[in-house]
Design a protein around this ligand. Structure first.
Ligand SMILES: CCOC(=O)c1ccc2c(c1)NC(=O)[C@@H](C)N2
Length: 116
């Protein structure tokens, strides 16, 4: 049935998200960037994204495909590399997450193709 079909997909996304978030050792991607702390953030970033928002979207079955899930992960990394200067800890962490996350995403995408 459709709901049984959907559960494995949600489970796969949840597990993938946990693996990605494990790489964010300073937890700088865990929550939305604070617009109080960073008042000009939306002048540079159109679509903020963070891991807590992605968790909500997984639980709300808002990802209709693996590509949509991957697009939000790439938003997290690319927003960070857009807003922060290269010589910041934030930017350096994003470069590392992009590399480590790419490996995780590639493996999960292959699994998703089997479930889907
Ligand atoms: C309490 C102060 O927090 C921040 O200024 C801050 C906290 C977290 C951040 C961030 C800024 N900027 C970013 O681009 C993303 C990656 N994370």
């Amino acid at each position: 049935a459709l709901e049984l079909q959907l559960q494995p997909f949600a489970l796969l996304l949840r597990q993938t998200l946990d693996q990605l978030q494990e790489k964010d050792t300073d937890s700088i991607f865990a929550q939305p960037v604070s617009l109080e702390e960073v008042p000009d953030y939306l002048e540079y970033v159109d679509t903020p994204m963070d891991f807590s928002t992605m968790h909500s979207k997984v639980e709300g079955h808002e990802y209709r495909s693996f590509d949509e899930f991957q697009a939000d992960f790439e938003l997290i990394v690319n927003n960070c590399m857009t807003y922060n200067e290269k010589d910041t800890m934030y930017y350096k962490n994003a470069v590392k997450l992009k590399e480590q996350g790419g490996t995780i995403i590639r493996a999960a995408k292959k699994l998703a193709e089997r479930v889907g």
